[in-house]
Design a protein around this ligand. Structure first.
Ligand code: SGN
Ligand code: CA
Length: 531
């Protein structure tokens, strides 16, 4: 298949063969005009946050969060209920999203050893060739500098919540005063309003650092949620029986959360492994920010040390603090998504703009006793995905088909009338957005996590998930298989692998794993048949 990129302005009426023909022919849409078809250029606003899990979005889960602006997107548009990543970690997810390829094909398998080859094809480059203006603001986390953007400004590495540095296109680093979630939005809106060429369609990527560890809230939101007591997950005290890799991780709220760095209980006479890092982060604050910060956390810190908690009391106190801090950071995010939606609405752009909200992966909010991600278990394999759809796409409500972040690139190209390159491994979601139910939609998803040995000690693993079962193989310095029946055990507490009566489902899942490893051409794969 040859790549064909339209140089024409792209038009929104996706269901119309006349409009598609007009785009491909690079003409002035005379046919479309004749057919009375709407002709506004189709834009893409892609908002990706970091570590924002669906449990903490009220459009997915009403137990904890209230996110009215995210709910606006879901309520007027679509909510994917089975949306997953290919490798649950920041850099790898971003590389999968940009290239439409699994990690072994785009080369960025882990955060610690990889540098993204920015010269490889990505969807923003294809969109640029098709006449789009492309821009990126926020977290990049791929080590090399971005390519394929008419305009970009990124934060170095993970970025800082307070008074952050930005790397600008000249390569210089510039410190900006303020709170990062607000600043990334300011820059994005400024580009929309003042910088872009308004005669062209655009694709804007807004990449937030929020809600990444160590969850530093805006001083304006510090007092929120302090009166709330959050329900503990049923498996908070998981003993990991039958799950060796799960037993060996280092992402436990009880064992691994740092009292100062994560939970902010800093006092001159106290020390911890990550105290210096915490002090460098709060050391970025100006005197007013710091005064507000200390005024809030100092009394909590005094009370905490005075109580001398141990055991269950301490374990559950940590969980409550974690939930509160995380939700305060979500509040800024939701407000800033509202600003973007308000801008698009005020400028009459919502009917010709696809707005996507997703995260680089899901996250544990105390399930299995954890924070962080990495595992192929549901909370971190899953990622939220909601979309406001442009006019002409009539699907509303839930989309239940299994989708993955390698599908985003193909979707955006398809929407723009650009032929999806054959070597992209994801598939376009456009048929689903148009309300179709393709009979040949994928029945199983592939996953591969590589970052080990590394922080949090999650073993390397690959696996397959279909609509009912999940099979995982942990490898490298371990050789363990896990099998879950998601219908009967949605929290994945009972590893069925090797249990009586599971032979046939195991061989079906093995066959699916083998097919996907072949289809995606993963060089690290299991040798079948298994003995
Ligand atoms: C940092 C965090 C980890 C986190 C990784 C990856 N540690 O290293 O807790 O798992 O990022 O996160 S910290 O001490 O620096 O906060 S990712 O989302 O960027 O992949
Ligand atoms: Ca992340």
């Amino acid at each position: 298949m040859t790549k064909q990129y339209s140089k024409a302005i792209i038009y929104t009426t996706l269901s119309s063969a006349a409009a598609a023909a007009c785009v491909l022919a690079n003409q002035s849409c005379v046919k479309a005009k004749a057919a009375g078809i709407q002709q506004k250029p189709l834009n893409i606003v892609y908002i990706m946050t970091d570590d924002h899990t669906a449990q903490m979005m009220s459009c997915y889960d009403k137990r904890f969060a209230n996110t009215p602006n995210l709910d606006r997107i879901a309520n007027d548009g679509v909510r994917f209920t089975n949306s997953f990543v290919a490798n649950s970690l920041s850099g790898p997810s971003r590389a999968c999203m940009l290239t439409g390829k699994h990690s072994h094909k785009n080369g960025f398998t882990d955060n610690t050893t990889c540098v993204f080859d920015s010269s490889q094809p990505t969807f923003p480059k294809y969109l640029q060739e098709a006449g789009y203006q492309t821009a990126l603001f926020g977290k990049w986390h791929l080590e090399s500098l971005p390519q394929g953007f008419d305009r970009w400004e990124i934060v170095p590495g993970q970025g800082d919540y307070y008074n952050p540095d930005f790397i600008v296109e000249s390569g210089d680093t510039v410190q900006v005063h303020g709170y990062l979630t607000d600043l990334i939005t300011d820059k994005s809106l400024d580009w929309l309003e003042n910088e872009r060429d308004k005669s062209k369609p655009f694709c804007l990527l807004i990449h937030h650092k929020a809600i990444h560890r160590n969850w530093l809230a805006d001083t304006a939101h510090l007092t929120l949620f302090e009166d709330k007591v959050f329900e503990l997950p049923e498996n908070y005290y998981d003993d990991y029986s039958g799950r060796k890799a799960a037993a060996e991780q280092e992402m436990s709220i009880i064992e691994d959360m740092d009292l100062i760095y994560d939970l902010k209980m800093n006092r001159a006479d106290k020390d911890s492994r990550l105290k210096a890092r915490y002090e460098s982060y709060v050391g970025r604050m100006d005197s007013a920010q710091r005064a507000a910060w200390d005024a809030f956390y100092d009394p909590i810190t005094e009370d905490f040390y005075a109580r001398n908690m141990t055991g269950k009391e301490l374990a559950e106190w940590k969980y409550q603090r974690y939930m509160r801090d995380y939700l305060k950071v979500v509040k800024s995010l939701d407000d800033n998504v509202g600003r973007v939606l308000d801008y698009l609405e005020a400028h009459d752009m919502l009917d010709n703009t696809l707005v996507v909200y997703t995260s680089d992966q899901g996250f544990y909010m105390g399930e299995h006793g954890w924070f962080d991600k990495r595992f192929m278990y549901e909370e971190s394999f899953h990622t939220p995905l909601i979309m406001h759809l442009p006019a002409g796409m009539d699907r509303r409500g839930d989309i239940d088909q299994m989708v993955q972040n390698i599908d985003y690139g193909p979707t955006f190209l398809d929407l723009a009338g650009v032929e999806v390159p054959e070597d992209m491994q994801g598939v376009s979601l456009v048929p689903l957005l148009k309300g179709e139910n393709p009979e040949d939609w994928r029945e199983a998803l592939y996953y591969h996590f590589y970052e080990y040995p590394a922080e949090h000690s999650v073993k390397r693993h690959y696996g397959v998930r279909d609509g009912r079962y999940k099979l995982i193989h942990f490898y490298n310095d371990i050789d363990e298989w896990e099998l879950y029946d998601l219908a009967n055990d949605p929290t994945e507490m009972h590893n069925l692998y090797g249990q009586e009566g599971t032979d046939s489902v195991t061989s079906v899942m093995m066959a699916k794993l083998k097919d996907l490893q072949e289809q995606y051409d993963d060089p690290i794969r299991f040798t079948f048949p298994i003995k």
